[in-house]
Design a protein around this ligand. Structure first.
Ligand code: SF4
Ligand code: SF3
Length: 567
């Protein structure tokens, strides 16, 4: 195995024995092969001139496959073998549409693509397709043998490899966001078309560093579109997030803990637990669900339990009830006792945990989780009180006058965007120290699980404006970008970088990569990224990012605050 897609990459270079995240070598290799297969699908779509609007189910499966390979989403080999087989079947049928030769499976076009009639074969020679579009494997052993030659290291030039992987990791985050939107019935052909374009480009040996740098920026442009799509899907269905006090203590009822990012899954769980005497608590990235008006009507939506994902082993122990993962981040459970209480759905999975599939209408049956909850004790209290959040774009726009006055009067000197991920690395204490030591006339704008490093600190407020404004999940970094653009308009500035906003972002997995690329596309400069720079940036690629965009790492909290405050 070789994997360097996340911030925990072993020795800062890559995991090659077993993942620091707990990913086993075979799982890593199967993930490589799945990505390769999806690249093959993209090669056929692009070279065959197929239109994403005709590709229905293929589009959906491509998103899901990319999503499954995100750090800490899915550790289940059986799920990957099944998905590789599914993607190979789709790939082979697509190929039959564009090359001369035997026809596709009977009914394929109608069944999977929703086409009324078969598209006439374009007759491109099969030899024009990449190996990814034609390779054959049967058993899991054959898959693993094939995987050994198609992973990250198959690209020898380290700069090309770095750029290809930067694009692919961005696409993984992008696919995750597009998949959440899809679960709420929102999709867009241009979002799919870009996945095919970009993945096919990563197979093209004719593309050099300049073309790949351009494609990286285009990935950021599409990242904005994917986040906007998801924002529209969430807010049109559940309303605009509003200022909310979230209970962090516990109630007496037995309960289910829901983690991950998928609001459609949460809605189904709340509907099914309503009136059953079972409460629902959020964990980690699901916390911001409390900010949406639509979920406030559920009396059993009891609060948020615990902290960021990496504390789950101890927090699941004391929660006592079952846990539902809708997405990453899963930490491999150490005891059977906890593992037996974990359920997964969507792109997430863990061997030995029950996986709940949707039926043909997208409905999920959570009755087994509810039944288990009823047999288990209620959660053990680990803290009490409330935390405040809900500062997504519309809520902040509603407060705009107050915010603008505070900036004009000098009550607020600077905003710090500290969005992104949290993680278990000791060096992340930096973010707590940084938040604590920031001057009292500064405000933190946050989103993603990075917030858990400072959202329970008594940082106070400035004239009623809390000093930590939480917009929501990592995808709600989109809100932070909209807020910045709004302030630029209000202050009549020509450049977003003239605003009193500094960017000190924590990253961990690939959703943070698409957020970063989206910010770069919006023209944001001088973003600081920590706790360490990505292992997948080669020295030359890192140099381009530093010279073109002023990307930097982090130092000590004291030095960095001085630097950001311009002292
Ligand atoms: Fe290592 Fe991160 Fe890859 Fe896991 S996802 S194997 S920790 S680089
Ligand atoms: Fe967190 Fe996994 Fe990235 Fe969605 S839950 S931000 S790490």
């Amino acid at each position: 195995m070789f994997c360097y897609q996340c911030q925990e990459a072993s020795k800062g270079t890559g995991c090659n024995v077993v993942g620091i995240c707990g990913k086993q070598p075979e799982t890593a290799n199967l993930q490589d092969l799945l990505i390769y297969t999806v690249k093959g699908v993209s090669d056929i779509v692009v070279k065959g001139g197929l239109d994403a609007k005709d590709l229905g189910e293929v589009n959906h499966e491509v998103l899901k496959s990319l999503f499954m390979t995100i750090t800490n989403a899915n550790f289940d080999d059986a799920a990957f073998v099944k998905d590789i087989n599914k993607m190979i079947t789709l790939r082979d049928n697509l190929r039959a549409m564009v090359v001369a030769g035997p026809p596709a499976e009977a009914g394929f076009f109608k069944k999977l693509l929703g086409l009324a009639k078969e598209t006439p074969s374009k007759g491109i020679p099969v030899s024009s397709l990449h190996d990814a579009a034609v390779f054959v494997v049967g058993s899991k052993e054959e898959m693993l043998t094939k995987a050994a030659g198609v992973g990250v290291l198959a690209t020898e030039n380290e700069d090309i490899r770095s750029l290809r992987e930067l694009i692919i990791y961005g696409l993984k985050g992008y696919a995750a966001y597009a998949h959440h939107a899809l679960n709420l019935g929102k999709e867009s052909d241009e979002i799919y078309a870009f996945v095919y374009e970009a993945l096919a480009a990563t197979l093209n040996d004719g593309l050099g560093a300049d073309e790949l740098v351009a494609l990286t920026l285009k990935t950021g442009e599409y990242g904005v579109k994917a986040m906007a799509l998801l924002d529209g899907a969430n807010t049109s269905k559940y309303g605009n997030p509003e200022i909310t006090q979230v209970n962090i203590g516990v109630k007496k009822n037995p309960a289910i803990l829901i983690s991950g990012h998928d609001l459609a899954d949460l809605e189904q769980l709340l509907e099914q637990t309503k009136g059953t005497g079972v409460d629902v608590y959020t964990h980690s990235e699901m916390l911001p669900a409390h900010y949406y008006p639509a979920f406030k009507k559920y009396d059993n939506f009891a609060g948020n339990y615990g902290n960021a994902w990496w504390k789950q082993l101890e927090e699941f122990e004391s929660f006592n009830g079952p846990v539902l993962f809708t997405t990453n981040c899963i930490v491999p459970p150490k005891s059977d006792k906890v593992r037996d209480r974990i359920f997964t759905t969507g792109a997430s999975g863990f061997p030995g945990c029950t996986h709940i599939e949707a039926d043909a209408n997208g409905k999920k049956d959570f009755s087994a989780i509810i039944a288990m909850a009823k047999t288990l004790p209620s959660p053990t209290e680990i803290e009490t009180g409330t935390i405040v959040g809900g500062f997504a774009h519309e809520q902040v726009f509603a407060l705009a006058d107050k915010v603008v006055d505070a900036v004009k009067s000098g009550a607020i000197k600077k905003f710090f965007v500290m969005a992104g991920c949290d993680g278990r690395m000791k060096g992340r204490d930096y973010y707590t120290e940084f938040a604590e030591k920031l001057p009292k006339d500064t405000v933190i704008l946050t989103a993603g699980c990075a917030k858990y490093r400072y959202n329970k600190l008594p940082l106070g407020d400035i004239g009623g404006i809390p000093r930590v404004l939480d917009a929501g999940q990592c995808n709600d970094s989109y809100s932070l970008a909209l807020i910045a653009l709004k302030l630029k308009e209000v202050f009549e500035l020509g450049d977003i970088n003239e605003l009193p906003i500094a960017y000190n972002i924590a990253w961990y997995e690939q959703k943070a990569v698409i957020v970063l690329l989206a910010l770069l596309h919006l023209g944001v400069k001088n973003i600081h990224l920590g706790p360490t720079l990505p292992a997948f940036l080669s020295p030359n690629v890192a140099k381009v990012l530093v010279e073109t965009f002023g990307i930097g790492g982090i130092g000590t909290a004291d030095e960095d605050i001085k630097m950001f405050m311009g002292a």
